[in-house]
Ligand binder design. Structure first.
Ligand code: ZN
Length: 256
């Protein structure tokens, strides 16, 4: 077993899914019989990560304090039931991200409460369901999330997402998508909020077998590794601070 794999086995991933389409729609159940979360979790487990799953229907949506305390990276898939996610659970996830938990927001998760709160924008975009070809071009080849991927990933059938995607300018843009119908989209966006790393990854519509694709699974594994908190994050402090150099501190205009 390689060193990288050893590290991965220590990274704990919780794969969250609203798990609605799979239980209500036969076409979706055919592609993801045990739910999108089961497919993603199995793919990450296969690549050496310690994984568990959580769904909307579980008490506290499966995201209890204990579960999140033991989660290094949370992945989020939602579409039809964003509004059913309780606000206090969103706040719990938010504060964990600020404390350093990694977050992967997948596909239609762009409209989730947690992603919109972290971005502070509408996160709106154009969309079309026409089983179009998509090419995800690697635009940051040195980035760890693109490691092992050639020029681009080709998906034969995808839902189109088009610009403008109303998100803040990403810290790094790893993938840029082209669609058969002509649109383009920023498909792999990296952000930092507080101590946490966030990666938005576009592919993954529920009626197409996107999460069964080896290259997509490979990117998800790279992204988990990238988003995992550092083993030793340091202890940088904040608040009122004594000067490191000898300065005159007699200024008496402070009102604190
Ligand atoms: Zn979709």
């Amino acid at each position: 077993m390689s060193a990288a794999r050893d590290n991965r086995s220590m990274t704990r991933v919780t794969v969250w899914n609203e798990f609605v389409h799979e239980q209500e729609n036969d076409a979706v159940a055919e592609v993801y019989p045990d739910g999108i979360h089961a497919t993603i979790a199995a793919a990450l487990e296969e690549r050496g990560f310690e994984t568990q799953t959580a769904t909307l229907q579980e008490p506290e949506h499966g995201l209890t304090e204990d579960v999140l305390d033991e989660t290094d990276v949370l992945t989020w898939w939602g579409h039809a039931a964003h509004d059913q996610v309780e606000d206090d659970i969103v706040e719990r996830v938010h504060s964990q991200v600020l404390d350093g938990m990694g977050l992967l927001v997948l596909h239609s998760g762009h409209f989730s409460k947690i992603f919109r709160e972290l971005m502070g924008t509408t996160c709106g975009l154009k969309w079309r369901e026409a089983a179009e070809r998509e090419r995800l071009w690697v635009v940051e080849p040195g980035h760890p999330i693109a490691s092992g991927i050639d020029d681009c990933i080709e998906l034969e059938e995808a839902e189109m997402y088009g610009e403008r995607f109303d998100v803040p300018q990403p810290d790094a843009l790893v993938f840029n998508s082209w669609f058969e119908g002509g649109e383009v989209f920023r498909s792999g966006c990296c952000y930092r909020r507080g101590s946490g790393r966030i990666f938005y990854f576009r592919p993954g519509h529920e009626t197409y077998p996107i999460y069964h694709d080896e290259e997509i699974q490979h990117v998800l594994a790279n992204a988990v590794e990238w988003a995992a908190p550092a083993d030793d994050p340091g202890t940088s402090s904040s608040g009122n601070s004594e000067p490191r150099e000898d300065i005159d501190t007699s200024d008496d205009r402070t009102v604190h």
